[in-house]
Design a protein around this ligand. Structure first.
Ligand code: 0X9
Ligand code: ZN
Length: 413
């Protein structure tokens, strides 16, 4: 009897969801706002040391910085901030509990919906199901395999010619940003299940969609570590796992806002496109060529609608075209639930970070309208956005997507 109880306890421990793993117990997210250049400088130093998980990196004076610290780190972090005369507030007082609340209960595969988050296999099964149910509207292709062997799928939606203008959409390049795949799949579902409403758009514009382009990282956030960001690739002789896939693209690779330390969350990798998943996405954008008129890559969080460049403060020559379309899209987005977004170039809006997919899409892929969207929220929940916000986020973001679609439908170039 005693051994049966012991076994049950052991099994419960092994089956414990990432939320229940002990390392997040007592973890908190602190927010601080630097008001002097030296405070920004010191926060950058703290970021580079790599001891803390910066949920929101230092940007500029007056802009909040969100730092997660584990229970044992909190006293030191608070003392460090005090030493820098930086006031702080507790943004998330119980990270572990929030993780528990947002991780879906899993008793085998669940049908797709938008009231909870779904894992990689569920999303892939749903893509296959969509293509089988709506063969005249969409098709699915296996376009690659992740480092750990997961199939990567590309869904094409549209009823017109393959040469119609296309919008390439991806999500989940950063594993822990769960609202991104959820929002991308929400928008796909709207287009496909309400195809009568959007018949004109679907006849004139194609959508190329990859909802979760970091399959192994995304799967890992469901099974092991909810707040994992990078890929899951291993390098010989290197202890730390993974590369920041949004520092890995071959355009200004390894420049500002990246790290060459494999343990860093912004590690750019041993070489450009070292990550197979990014090669897969790159090859699809390349293959589609001039059929891609816009590239939208979904992240979270901070509510930002950004265009290149991210590698430096310069703006592309045609930035006004990109800005105007973003303004229209965000106006439509805000009209739905009043959610406010900031618009601008990546480097000027968030921070300098080279090797991003958006910069590559424009700088090498030749996609004029290239954007990174940081979805909800502004930090109340951060990466742990409650599932109740998936539908409202989907609703508002879909209106923004329709602005892009109508722009191309009406001959925008
Ligand atoms: O740092 C990133 O990769 C993105 N922010 S996140 O918090 N989701 O990690 C912003 C990327 C903006 N684009 C480029 N810097 N190219
Ligand atoms: Zn991201």
């Amino acid at each position: 009897m005693r051994s049966a109880v012991l076994l049950a306890c052991l099994l419960a421990l092994v089956a414990a969801r990432p939320s229940e793993r002990p390392n997040l117990h007592g973890a908190q997210v602190l927010r601080t706002v630097p008001h002097s250049p030296s405070q920004v400088h010191y926060l950058h130093g703290l970021l580079r040391q790599g001891h803390y998980d910066f949920w929101r990196e230092p940007r500029a004076l007056g802009q909040p910085v969100d730092i997660m610290a584990k229970a044992w780190q909190l006293p030191v972090l608070k003392a460090t901030l005090d030493g820098l005369h930086l006031k702080y507030s507790v943004m998330i007082s119980n990270v572990a509990q929030l993780v528990r609340e947002t991780v879906p209960r899993h008793d085998g595969p669940r049908a797709m919906d938008w009231t909870s988050y779904h894992d990689y296999d569920e999303i892939n099964d749903w893509l296959d199901e969509l293509a089988a149910t709506y063969p005249s509207l969409c098709s699915v292709e296996d376009v690659g395999t992740s480092y750990e062997g997961r199939t990567m799928k590309l869904l094409t939606i549209g009823t017109g010619d393959a040469s119609n203008p296309g919008i390439f959409i991806d999500g989940g390049i950063h594993a822990r940003e769960w609202i991104a795949p959820a929002t991308v799949t929400y928008m796909v579902n709207e287009l496909v299940t309400k195809s009568d409403t959007y018949a004109d758009i679907l006849a004139a514009v194609n959508f190329y969609v990859m909802p979760a382009i970091n399959p192994d990282g995304y799967a890992y956030t469901f099974t092991d570590e909810r707040l994992w960001r990078k890929t899951r690739s291993h390098q010989d002789g290197v202890i730390c796992v993974g590369v920041d896939p949004n520092r890995n693209w071959g355009f200004h690779w390894g420049e500002g806002g990246t790290s060459d330390s494999p343990c860093s969350d912004i590690y750019c990798g041993p070489e450009p496109f070292s990550e197979v998943e990014m090669r897969v996405v790159r090859d699809q954008i390349t293959r589609l060529g001039s059929a891609v008129s816009a590239y939208l890559t979904f992240h979270s969080y901070s509510q930002l609608w950004m265009y290149p460049w991210g590698y430096g403060y310069d703006l592309p020559d045609d930035w006004e075209d990109l800005d105007a379309l973003a303004q229209d899209a965000v106006t439509a987005l805000t009209a739905v639930h009043g959610t406010i977004y900031e618009i601008g170039s990546s480097a000027n809006t968030i921070y300098v970070a080279a090797g991003g997919s958006d910069d590559w899409a424009k700088g090498v892929g030749g996609v004029k309208y290239s954007y990174t969207v940081e979805l909800r929220d502004t930090g109340s929940y951060g990466f742990l956005l409650p599932p109740e916000q998936i539908i409202p986020t989907g609703e508002e973001t879909f209106e923004a997507l329709l602005v892009y679609a109508r722009f191309f439908q009406n001959g925008g170039t």
